[in-house]
Design a protein around this ligand. Structure first.
Ligand SMILES: [Zn+2]
Length: 511
């Protein structure tokens, strides 16, 4: 669907009298209906309206202009996350805790917010992305940088044709134009208004092979989420995870050697677990170099009716942690989270009605924060839109051993280390001379691509960090630096002297 903005549409707009953003949004909906266009973004309307005024030598409708010019809201991290779900499909797993609802991909519950949106759109990838972008823009948000998060059962278990079609349709929805091939859709997206700057896929560790990771790269994937759940083999066996701690270590090493950033899902309170055993899992995550995840989603185990575990619970063979046990465990865990890890979720967003037994407190993170439980994870330290003078930011380089290589977490932080403005994850593998930038992230108020305004995003942290990263890689004897750049950020790196190579952007490092 392309937006055919006709002169009639703009004339109607010109003659309207919106007084509030709500009026303007209603007007946009009316125009979209009348002219059969999609919802047109504020930015596009503003540009076209100005052109119209110049062409027609008309006086501006000041109310309208004022509303159109009002700066759209950005999410604090600057990136608009869009979550889409794949169609219901069998999963090779037989995990006892997993919800198995009809009409839902395995492990999802129909009442979860993202699942509801997917259901409304009949799991169509194009409609899910398109509707979400429209919704964001109608609420006055900017959606020019999109992190596409694909959830559902085990991604790697879906047919390959479906995978490719699904991702292609997501890019087409962002581009608002159809393409012959996925590659063409990705190329168009590199310079599109709605750029997909990263793609997250979710899979099982035992499906991660070199071949699978190459396929994920071709789809544009930059971030992999894997269900680890526990590093206690006895617990894994009991919950029928059909995987081993050693297997997870192997998958993790491959992810690092491909330069992916990755998230572990961990479930405290599984059958067979004790708070001591769960704490040991978290301790191992960051003391054993075979693991070291970048991000965590902590999902305390709850009983849902559609899981096998429900029968265990009914028979009195299983009981989730009570609130007090869970709370004190999470406090202990938060205290050992290293400063280079981001806790993305502390609780899964399962509506209370669906929880038969287990934690019901969904704002646990905020509660713990209120109680003064401090956590040095990235999420708790992110700069929230504040502008910062470069001289107030210090460059920090933290290193740790990681799956036979070395990781450098290089960041700009406040002198007291309580605020983080930007960071790079640089992986120096033990088995090759090519280093990887797995992630570059700057926080703060974001200004649309190409704008010159000085917010945290544009004080040059990104460029400075990349220059520092190149130096560190070179000083360690690395000949080449590869960045696992999302489709929508390749342009950024090309401007920094990087060239395209095998789905990455690379730079030769030389003295
Ligand atoms: Zn934290």
């Amino acid at each position: 669907m392309t937006h055919q903005i006709t002169k009639e549409l703009i004339r109607d707009l010109h003659q309207s009298r919106p007084q509030t953003i709500e009026d303007l949004n209603q007007l946009k909906r009316d125009l979209a209906k009348r002219y059969g266009t999609g919802i047109i973004s504020h930015t596009t309307l503003l540009g076209t309206y100005r052109q119209f005024l110049a062409d027609e030598k008309q006086e501006a409708n000041e109310d309208l202009l004022g509303l159109l010019k009002r700066r759209a809201i950005r999410t604090l991290s600057g990136v608009a996350p869009i979550t889409v779900l794949t169609k219901p499909y069998p999963c090779p797993g037989r995990c006892v805790y997993c919800p198995t609802e009809r009409n839902m991909p395995k492990s999802y519950i129909a009442s979860e917010p993202a699942a509801q949106r997917a259901l409304q759109n009949k799991f169509d990838p194009y409609d899910q992305v398109r509707n979400r972008i429209d919704q964001l823009e109608m609420n006055g948000h900017v959606a020019d940088k999109i992190e596409l998060i694909v959830l559902g059962g085990t991604w790697s278990f879906y047919e390959k044709d479906y995978q490719e079609w699904f991702i292609k349709r997501c890019f087409e929805a962002a581009n608002e134009v159809n393409s012959e091939t996925l590659g063409e859709a990705q190329t168009i997206n590199e310079t599109a208004e709605h750029r997909i700057i990263g793609v997250t896929l979710e899979t099982r560790p035992d499906y991660i092979t070199e071949e699978e990771l190459w396929r994920m790269r071709l789809l544009g994937c930059t971030h992999v989420q894997i269900g680890v759940q526990s590093l206690d083999q006895a617990i894994l066996d009991l919950i029928k995870r059909d995987d081993t701690v050693e297997g997870m270590a192997k998958a993790t090493k491959l992810l690092k050697e491909f330069g992916f950033k990755f998230t572990y899902h961990i479930m405290p309170g599984l059958p067979g677990a004790t708070p001591e055993k769960d704490f040991e899992t978290f301790h191992m995550l960051f003391s054993d170099e075979r693991f070291q995840p970048d991000m965590l989603k902590i999902y305390p185990t709850v009983v849902v009716q559609s899981s096998v575990m429900y029968q265990w619970w009914k028979a009195g063979k299983y009981k989730p942690y009570n609130e007090e046990t869970l709370r004190s465990l999470l406090i202990k865990i938060k205290k050992i989270i290293p400063p280079y890890v981001r806790i993305n979720r502390l609780i899964r967003d399962i509506p209370g009605n669906d929880i038969i037994d287990g934690n019901l407190v969904t704002n646990l993170r905020q509660e713990l924060q209120r109680e003064g439980v401090s956590c040095q994870c990235i999420r708790c330290r992110e700069a929230k839109g504040q502008k910062v003078k470069l001289e107030d930011a210090e460059l920090v380089d933290r290193t740790y051993a990681s799956s036979g290589g070395t990781e450098h977490f290089i960041s700009f932080e406040s002198p007291d280390r309580k605020t983080i403005y930007a960071f790079v994850r640089l992986y120096l593998p033990g088995n090759s001379k090519q280093a990887f930038v797995r992630e570059l992230h700057t926080y703060g108020e974001m200004i649309p691509v190409g704008s010159e305004k000085k917010a945290v995003q544009h004080t040059g942290f990104g460029k400075r960090l990349m220059a520092e990263t190149e130096k560190v890689a070179e000083a360690n004897g690395f000949k080449k630096l590869a960045v696992i750049a999302g489709i929508g950020v390749k342009e950024y790196y090309r401007k920094l002297g990087y060239r395209d190579e095998n789905t990455y952007v690379v730079k030769t490092l030389e003295k």
